[in-house]
Design a binder for this molecule. Sequence first.
Ligand SMILES: [Zn+2]
Ligand SMILES: [Zn+2]
Length: 349
Amino acid sequence: MLVYANFHSHDESSLVVLAKFKSITGKTRSTSVRTNPFHLFSHGANTKYNVKVKFILLLVTLLLSWSCRPSTDVAIDLTTQNWIHGSENCEENMDPPIQVVQYTSNTWILRQNKCTNYEAPFLFLFIGDEKALLMDTGATEEDDIFPLYETVKEILNEWEVKNGEVELIVAHTHKHGDHYAADGQFEGKANTTIVGLEVEDVKRFYKVSNWPNEIVNLDLGNRSMKIIPIPGHQASSIAVYDSSTKILLTGDTFYPGRLYVKDWDAFKKSIQRLAEFTKYYEISYILGNHIEMTQTAGIDYPTGTIYQPNEHPLPLSINQLKALSKSLNELGEIPTRAIHDSFIIFPVD
Ligand SMILES: [Zn+2]
Ligand SMILES: [Zn+2]
């Protein structure tokens, strides 16, 4: 937000108070409060009254700009973020079942503990003025092992006290068991909608008439999400772009790990469309749902690994997405495995 108050009525030198703060997108903006110190202390008709009014206005503006400064609106650096990454011996694991990282004042990233399920997927919660969107519900059904509803509800309750009630939409990046296992925890809950898992459910909910070539908007209330169909890893795969944080979620289609390709041709086209999308929209991070690569180029952890002390950072870059697109084109029509530094193209039957 930008608060600009111009108090000076003469062209004399003015005092500029700059209060810099971060907006929710993490960009620094300036709050300028201009006033004229000479004018404030000059003599004339109603001088005392003017001085008082101007001081009060100045103070109110400064206070407003300070109180509007959201203390948590600094977008954290996800390239250095430390995630819970399991234990060699899970009986000694002291981490919570779900790591909750607040990315901005209205965005949360959750990671499931590897000791509850080796897939350790990431989940994302975006809150707008009217609706909250939870992308994925993780790999474990039971709420005593994986208390997802409770965790999300706690975040929402705190939000609602300050900002008013929101409807919760529980949606999925795609229909694989490690992304919708805890859907049941949200069933029958008030003010909650669970989006179905089949292509038809996804098309109907987001109102996509031309699947997979159409990109549609989902409005959370002053926060627009773009839904991008990207079948290939799985038939109902979608990517989600948040116009507020500029995060692009790519599910299991593009992440630092083994990119399992079920439908080679559809996958190639989806990656092409995704790469095209990044030409027109500003991207802060491309985030997938797992980490399977180590910090050593081209080396992944074996499937089922429960301890990843040196895992690759979660974000991938636009250049890496372009490299994937180029590689898929070079590989041609025949599904072929290809190892890259930060991901592995991995065709499956
Ligand atoms: Zn997955
Ligand atoms: Zn998957």
